[in-house]
Design a protein around this ligand. Structure first.
Ligand SMILES: *[C@@H]1O[C@H](CO)[C@@H](O)[C@H](O)[C@H]1NC(C)=O
Ligand SMILES: *[C@@H]1O[C@H](CO)[C@@H](O)[C@H](O)[C@H]1NC(C)=O
Length: 311
């Protein structure tokens, strides 16, 4: 569901219809603050584009009914992304963004696409980079509400979802994308999957696919996996467990080692040993003080969302 603000503003006072009067702001849904913002823009001498932009921007900031703006409709990864479009009825120019991440003011970016480029639409990370270049603020679009929607969806085996004709069924591997799995016989495996760093130099390969860095598994001891900045020495966590550390301590030790060299690195590690005990640790940096992770075992019944305080 989306917000649409249409502003019609003729300078002529000669109208074919009886009670019509102009200017007019009309929008879908009972988002009266958005209507008011659009109206206010017109009253203060703004153009119809200003009115549409201000009206939509109000909803993006207020979240209206949750179907617009940040903190709503998290995707399969729990991320809220935004789509917006603006059209100039005088020139027929259009500006649009889709799958925009980290930028709250999507309509403003759409307008910038229209007015600052000869293109019509920008999408995804490239759209976000464009927005940042244009001076828009990058910020997290996640809220407790969207985290909640996401965790409920995970608990419900990722149902409903939009996949079809895929095997295994998404509900059977619903959960975190970095995993450690231990079966009852004590076999253990670890793996990572990532699409890499945003704005990476083409050709860059991070630590994720490197054994001992992104993840590590030793069926005689345990396994660990990491998320965050590169160069996390996961191998160390497993060796700590080999030396007798419990999983939480092993994770903390590995984080501590990195902290000594890179105090403000962003990262978290999950650790598990062969008896199924587990733990996690993360490095506390600005904007990252809690790390959420998921666990599923016979006791949890469904995948459980857990968190650890960073240190
Ligand atoms: C979000 O949840 C955390 C802990 O679960 C709480 O400390 C925080 O105040 C919440 N934030 C808002 C905006 O409700
Ligand atoms: C796994 O860690 C738990 C918690 O420290 C410990 O009790 C258990 O003995 C460990 N298992 C192995 C195989 O070391």
């Amino acid at each position: 569901m989306c917000l649409l603000v249409v502003v019609v503003y003729f300078l002529t006072l000669l109208l074919p219809l009886g009670h019509a009067s102009l200017p007019l702001v009309i929008n879908t849904w009972p988002f009266k603050d958005a209507t008011g913002a659009a109206w206010g823009a017109l009253q203060s001498g703004g153009s119809v584009l200003d009115a549409v932009e201000k009206g939509c921007a109000r909803c993006e900031a207020d979240q209206c009914d949750g179907s617009v703006g940040y903190g709503g409709s998290p995707d399969e990864n729990g991320e809220t992304t935004l789509d917006a479009m603006i059209m100039n009825g005088d020139t027929m120019e259009v500006g649009a963004v889709a799958d925009l991440r980290r930028i709250k003011n999507a309509i403003g970016v759409a307008r910038a696409v229209m007015e600052r480029t000869t293109h019509t639409m920008l999408v995804g990370e490239s759209a976000s980079l464009f927005a940042e270049n244009m001076g828009f603020t990058a910020e997290d679009l996640t809220t407790n509400k969207s985290l909640n929607i996401f965790s409920e969806w995970l608990k419900g085996n990722c149902q409903p979802n939009y996949r079809k004709n895929v095997f295994p069924d998404p509900s059977t591997h619903c959960g975190p994308y970095r995993m450690i799995a231990i079966d009852q016989a004590g076999h253990l495996a670890a793996g990572t999957s990532t699409n890499g760093l945003t704005h990476k130099v083409p050709g860059r390969v991070g630590d994720s696919p490197i054994a001992g860095a992104g993840a590590y598994a030793d069926s005689s001891v345990g396994g660990a996996a990491a998320t965050g900045d590169g160069d996390v020495m996961i191998y160390l966590a497993v060796e700590q467990m080999r030396a007798g550390a419990d999983p939480s301590t092993a994770c903390k030790t590995a984080i501590s080692r990195i902290k000594r060299h890179y105090a403000d690195f962003f990262g978290a590690i999950i650790c598990a040993n062969t008896t199924g005990h587990y733990g996690a640790a993360c490095n506390k940096v600005a904007g990252f003080s809690t790390f959420f992770y998921m666990v599923s075992n016979p006791e949890t019944d469904k995948p459980a969302l857990l968190s650890v305080d960073c240190f």
